[in-house]
Design a protein around this ligand. Structure first.
Ligand code: MN
Ligand code: MN
Length: 467
């Protein structure tokens, strides 16, 4: 090696493709892990389904509801389901909780379309559902694709009906129609933002009229009659429902080389799955390990299942009560001593749209888990900025464990921005850094990740809880 080359080797930061130098056995492991992940994506397309799947996986590994414990000791594994829409898990450590917690927090809600409270109507001899979109979507991406309906209908007497239709190949699917190009001259001239009106995201659900010519609104009537036979509901029961439209297609392997995953809801179920599976491998850690799988991140984290709610504080207080440590104001101290990886996806640089990325600071697909030291927009406004000391600590941990990582930024300065739940836990006094898997086509009905990065996130979360 020449002298300059040697010096470069010594001084330059290495940002190499993760797939370089991956041995056959590790490759097999990465692909095997991705199969489990794809399976998870297909079973957990909504926050409620994710909680159910997570609970099942946790119970199989010895986790119990915190309500089943009178007291907690090191090695105990607990979870708390917050109204079936978010869930917190913990493995009690050897040290007192007062010393701090190691927290990893992801979210299990994803952009989608929700049904309105009064969704059903008939127009032009068709039955349709009105929708209201949830989270940051590009509306045109949700037309002319197969959609499934997932969620719950709760009757006034409290009876809860679970709905999941459009996933089984024998199920019907639903779709939002779009204008044919032949007649779309006006639409095509509009800005992408306004080409599809929010009020035009109407779901096509039926077209056969009820067989009584005397009745009016016969197609709506026929649809309601079918729903009444299938679910035992009447139109009023939609008032107390949460029905979500998600893509009816499955997550799949992408690429001739099988290197990527394409699927709906990878923001942020990729970090939910990787942190969960890491937690399921943790036995008797030194520091108590806590996993947050939160709801409502995509709309600002509010509400009692979002991260802004104090239910998480109550969960940690319960841990303090049941380990027998609690005393006045201890919770604040616990939070100030805690460290957190805010596990959320990053924006991978897209070669087709590279103009929005600063290529020196962009996350690249396949270069491993990506850390955003800060988020926010226009001068870091509204973002959470990790302290250099904590970044150094995390870097040290990854380097010690030979995990490839990238420290990145969402996009070019002043081009846009974003945020995660990081600031909420930072507000409580924790050291927090954003850390997750780079994604292409983020928030689209079909998002893309690299299997290498997915596995790298899993290894990172495992190392963080094991340290
Ligand atoms: Mn996210
Ligand atoms: Mn998002």
């Amino acid at each position: 090696m020449g002298e300059g080359k040697e010096l470069k080797e010594k001084l330059f930061a290495k940002k190499e493709c993760g797939w370089n130098n991956v041995e056959k056995s590790e490759m097999d492991e990465i692909f095997r892990y991705a199969d489990g992940y794809i399976d998870f994506l297909n079973k957990a397309k909504t926050e409620r389904e994710a909680v159910d799947v997570v609970k099942g996986m946790a119970i199989a590994k010895g986790f119990k509801c915190i309500c089943e414990y009178d007291e907690l000791k090191p090695g105990d594994k607990v979870f708390y389901s917050n109204r079936g829409k978010s869930i917190y898990l913990a493995v009690i450590g050897e040290e007192k909780l007062e010393q701090g917690l190691n927290v990893i927090g992801a979210h299990i809600d994803s952009p989608r379309l929700d049904l309105k409270p009064n969704p059903l109507y008939e127009d032009g001899e068709l039955a349709l559902f009105k929708t209201h979109y949830y989270g940051g979507i590009k509306k045109y991406q949700w037309t002319a694709i197969p959609l499934a309906i997932h969620g719950v209908i709760v009757k006034a007497n409290g009876e809860k009906i679970t709905v999941n239709i459009g996933e089984n190949p024998r199920d019907p699917i639903f779709t939002i129609t779009d204008l044919l190009p032949h007649l779309a001259i006006e639409q095509m001239d509009k800005k992408l933002r306004s080409a599809i009106d929010g009020e035009n995201l109407n779901l096509l659900i039926g077209s056969i009229p009820y067989n009584d010519k005397e009745a009016s609104e016969r197609i709506k009537l026929n649809t309601l009659n079918i729903l009444n036979e299938k679910y035992g509901i009447t139109e009023s029961d939609f008032l107390s429902s949460e029905l979500e439209l998600v893509p009816a297609f499955n997550a799949r392997t992408l690429g001739f080389d099988w290197s990527m995953v394409a699927g709906y809801g990878q923001d942020d179920r990729v970090c939910a799955y990787t942190s969960l599976t890491a937690m399921l491998n943790i036995e008797r850690p030194k520091t108590t390990a806590v996993c947050i799988l939160s709801d409502k991140e995509e709309v600002g984290s509010m509400g009692n299942t979002g991260m802004e709610s104090h239910v998480f504080d109550t969960f940690i207080s319960e841990l303090l009560n049941k380990t027998g440590e609690n005393r006045p104001n201890l919770l604040d101290k616990v939070f100030c001593n805690s460290k957190m990886l805010s596990a959320d996806v990053g924006a991978a640089m897209d070669p087709t749209y590279s103009s929005v990325s600063d290529r020196y600071n962009a996350a690249m697909l396949g270069k491993g888990v990506s850390f955003d030291k800060y988020t926010g927009s226009r001068g870091k406004a509204g973002g959470s900025d990790a302290n250099a000391e904590f970044v150094a600590e995390v870097r040290g941990l990854l380097e010690e464990n030979n995990i490839k990582y990238q420290i990145t930024e969402l996009g070019k300065v002043d081009v846009g921005g974003g945020g995660t739940i990081a600031y909420i836990l930072a507000d409580k006094g924790m050291e927090v850094i954003d850390c997750g898997v780079p994604v292409l086509s983020m928030h689209a009905p079909y998002e893309v990740t690299s299997k290498y990065d997915v596995y790298s996130a899993f290894k990172t979360y495992e190392a963080f809880w094991r340290k």
